[in-house]
Design a protein around this ligand. Sequence first.
Ligand code: MLT
Length: 268
Amino acid sequence: MNELSFLGSHGNLISVTVCGVGRTLILLHGFPLDARMWHAQMLSLSETYQVIAPNFRGFRQSTLTDVNYSLADLADDIEQVRTHFAAERPITLCGLSMGGYVAFEYWRRHGRHLEALILAHTKPNSDTDEARAGRQEMANQAIAVGSWKAVAGMLEKLLPESLIQNRTQVVLDVEAMMQGCSPQTVRAAQHAMAARADFVAALPTLALPTLVITGELDAIAPPDATRKWAAVLPNSECVVVPGVAHLSPLEAPAAFNAHIVRFLQNAD
Ligand code: MLT
């Protein structure tokens, strides 16, 4: 597994983890996590695919030169990653939650380079006013009292109570990623997500083979709401992973990976 950085747009360094050879699968992380959340996918899926996990601006070793970026800017960063590693061939993009919001933007801006899409624990709609206010509060809190205090309360939305109580390795790994975010990273990401576009009206035109995944216990991307919007996609299947909350790639990696492999084989 190689971790490397290269110069992206706006003078930012984009750090990525890359592993394997074959068709290209780019994995986009959620908030407030980073590319390490895909460790189990890097290990397993790289036997068949070239798997690339970038870190969004400010996360891990990726730099944050402009705190006012948009999710469209992040989609353009991903296009730079694609041209760097897979200039000649179409890719599959897999985005989880915030990564899914960026995947929708990538589809709108650079969709000609996609052969399939995986939307995990995410949603196509923009924020309500209440959700935007919550993001502003988290952004303010991160600057005022530090990022960990601002994001710590998210843990119980990301993982099931049973895992948190038992302090499993997954909980420790998720906490370590959450603690690695700087206050500026939290603020910039919250502002970008609050301003994100709404893709609900565009769903009937998303004709790519698309796998939609969520967790039975996911409160951020609940199964019923997810099934409903996934059903509008012309060429999709929707999977609900039993017993998991918001992070099936970490909570149930074997099930998550099996769904990806089966979907990509069928999409061939
Ligand atoms: C995530 O997991 O990326 C976040 O929950 C997304 C969000 O805050 O909407």
